[in-house]
Design a protein around this ligand. Sequence first.
Ligand code: NAG
Ligand code: NAG
Ligand code: NAG
Length: 393
Amino acid sequence: MNTAKIWRQSMGDMQIFSGSRYRPPTKKPMLIVVLVSFVIMFVVTCAYLYRPRNRTVCNMFSTRKCKDIADWLPPVPVRDYTDDEIAAQVVFRDILNTPVVMPTNPKIAFMFLTPGSLPFEKLWDNFFQGHEGKFSIYVHASQTKPVHASRYFVNRDIHSGKVVWGKISMVDAERRLLANALQDPHNQHFVLLSDSCVPLYNFDYIFDYLMYTNISFVDCFRDPGPVGNGRYSERMLPEVEIKDFRKGAQWFSMKRQHAIMVMADHLYYSIFQAHCEPGVDGKNCIADEHYLPTFFSIVDPGGIANWSITHVDWSEQKWHPKSYVTQDITFDLLNTITSIDESVHVTSDEKKEVLRWPCLWNGIQKPCYLFARKFTPETEDSLLKLLSNYSSS
Ligand SMILES: *[C@@H]1O[C@H](CO)[C@@H](O)[C@H](O)[C@H]1NC(C)=O
Ligand SMILES: *[C@@H]1O[C@H](CO)[C@@H](O)[C@H](O)[C@H]1NC(C)=O
Ligand SMILES: *[C@@H]1O[C@H](CO)[C@@H](O)[C@H](O)[C@H]1NC(C)=O
């Protein structure tokens, strides 16, 4: 109900009175109707204009009456959305509301983001063997053309571009991989992997884990500290507010709907493109750590798990995560990683708050990690021995 409608109604009432053959005996009732209409209009207008930032109108009534008025009026938006935001919301909502039709033989797209040759191709070859038709591979090699050791990887290189860590070119490479993988309608889930990544389970376990859930595994948390919100810029306003700014590791796994949404997004992408350039004053934001977590927390917060299925060890608290060498490759190491069923995030402010969430898969607490990094190339033989034994159990 708005004032214009009430105005039209009272005008209508007047026409009924004056236009009908019925003539009121005196003009008083009409006058009362008009007066009452104006009083209602006035109250409604005031209540609408002064709610909720200023509650003076409410103070004129009892709290209950005030609440009644508040319930009756349309909610006041926090701010006016821009044309681009409204257009984006329509597109994203439509993608999310379109029922998913699973192809009879769905596949998982394994997308490798690497500078050159993949050191663990032999290991991946073992992993994929016997599962033909249930996976497809895409390799984005940003520096040198890879030499492939596995038949599964031959002719799977996509057109690639230069990638600089932290810059938007990293996100561009991710989008390129998604665009290529989306061309195959059988691909239903899209996993981003690095050259230093290895699988922790056999193919079937990983396939079922990803395929039989309707969420994407995108790492996402709110970090009020310097390497979280400290990288936010007010130049991202109005579309990206600080309350929506998120951080997360780049190694995602996402369902097809979400991959399509990433392709469809121009609005948020262009904001991060314009404002994330590490090393440039006032633009010190890391595109690949903030764009996707922030994007999904705005457009579909309930649709992401908030943790990454790729394990990495930051416990040394250095600039880079721990790199495993041959001596580290033990049954215990794999056992430790695959036993983790709680995701942990630590904020970068003085409080160093530790955020722990159980890793819930369709409501059941499960191991969080399907892949792990970073393994140095010389660990391949040890990993081959250990994993073939480990993942078959
Ligand atoms: C996932 O599926 C469950 C039921 O199967 C449903 O309750 C939930 O809303 C779905 N979540 C998303 C993000 O679609
Ligand atoms: C992920 O976090 C958001 C809050 O940022 C929350 O709304 C959402 O429910 C979480 N996802 C799951 C699967 O719990
Ligand atoms: C395989 O794992 C079992 C324990 O599960 C161990 O006893 C055996 O020695 C392992 N074999 C190899 C070749 O590592």
